[in-house]
Write a protein that binds this ligand. Structure first.
Ligand code: ZN
Ligand code: ZN
Length: 334
């Protein structure tokens, strides 16, 4: 099969390699669509993310969908031909975190496109059968791939305790910010305020999930007294501004990546007993995500702004610079 490898920082090459061999509990998937994530671009530009370093050629891409074309000896053959969305992780199921239901924090996790595990910019991938989720006919392959970032939104919303009547502030109207806004609305939030410095992105947010948009440079953000603040910008000022918009006993969830160290308004957090948490991927979110998309509560297709073939992965990884860029999709069969 053909697969696109990141050889090292800034160098991508399509290579011919053997199709993956299946373990008994795995399925082989002909990949239809793969979303390009900020983390893929980061590996391309820097060759690492924090402690994860690309030391040998690796296939990027972890937001993937496709069709099952073969199954391992322990998997029912009726799965062949199913259109699926891939949850791109393999926890050990045998450690403290796994046993307590937080398998996303499993220290033995094997996750697509996190060194040394290969990702999905390839004609075929394998995954354990239980991590390949059937999708209904009305869910496109592109949307099925983007259930991965939607899962980040669902997990963050859960940790933020967003529910019926919640007032939510989201910083950043990129793909995750828009997904967060749609997720909050789907979960019954009564007010979803999205901030971004870009006029175009604010307009897009207002169309897809936000009830109100604000420009953080000129509009008053502090003192909004929201129930939850989600940072999807990774910008230090936005984090501090957003925390100061949270009311008593509110929640702050840091999703955006940018500065590793940010100084926090500690006395504000103390005086209002605010909860601050990060999110690391997700656990058990696919059924909810598929239901949200299939029912039309969340629209992921509107995020897709550009499409590329397997030979164009390098353009896809740098496409965030293109005008109107939101989410790029790689189609390995194209
Ligand atoms: Zn991602
Ligand atoms: Zn584990």
């Amino acid at each position: 099969m053909r697969a696109s490898f990141l050889l090292k920082q800034g160098e991508v090459e399509v290579r011919e390699i053997a199709t993956p061999e299946l373990d008994a509990d795995e399925v082989l998937i002909k990949v239809a669509a793969v979303g390009v994530c900020g983390s893929d671009t980061h590996y391309y530009q820097h060759g690492k993310i924090g402690p994860y370093v690309v030391e040998k050629p690796m296939i990027l891409g972890h937001e993937a969908s496709g069709t099952i074309v073969a199954v391992g000896s322990g998997v029912d053959e009726s799965r062949i031909g199913r259109r699926v969305s891939i949850e791109p992780q393999r926890p050990c199921r045998n450690c403290k975190q796994c046993n307590e239901g937080r398998y996303n924090l499993c220290p033995n996790m094997e996750f697509y496109a996190t060194p040394p595990i290969d990702g999905a910019f390839a004609e075929f991938v394998k995954i354990q059968s239980e991590f390949a989720f059937d999708i209904p006919d009305n869910v496109s392959f592109e949307a099925a791939a983007l259930i991965e970032p939607l899962s980040v939104g669902i997990w963050a919303a859960k940790r933020a305790e967003i529910g019926s009547g919640s007032r939510v502030l989201i910083a950043g109207a990129g793909p995750i910010g828009i997904i967060m806004a749609q997720t909050a609305t789907a979960l019954g939030a009564s007010e979803v305020i999205v901030t971004d410095i870009s006029d175009d992105r604010r307009a897009f947010a207002l169309q897809w999930g936000a009830t109100k948009v604000l420009d953080p440079r000129t509009d008053q953000i502090e003192g909004l007294e929201v129930d939850a603040f989600i940072d999807a910008s990774g910008v230090a000022q936005a984090v501090v501004q957003g925390i100061k918009a949270v009311g008593p006993a509110g929640r702050v969830i840091l999703v955006g990546m940018g500065n590793d160290d940010v100084s926090l308004p500690v006395s504000y957090i103390q005086n209002k007993e605010i909860w601050v948490s990060g999110v690391f991927r997700y656990a058990n979110t696919w059924p909810t995500g598929i239901e949200m998309v299939a029912s039309g509560k969340v629209n992921l297709d509107v995020l897709v702004s550009h499409k590329f073939g397997l030979d164009e992965v390098e353009q896809a990884l740098t496409s965030a610079r293109l005008p109107g860029a939101m989410k790029a999709i790689v189609q390995p069969q194209a």
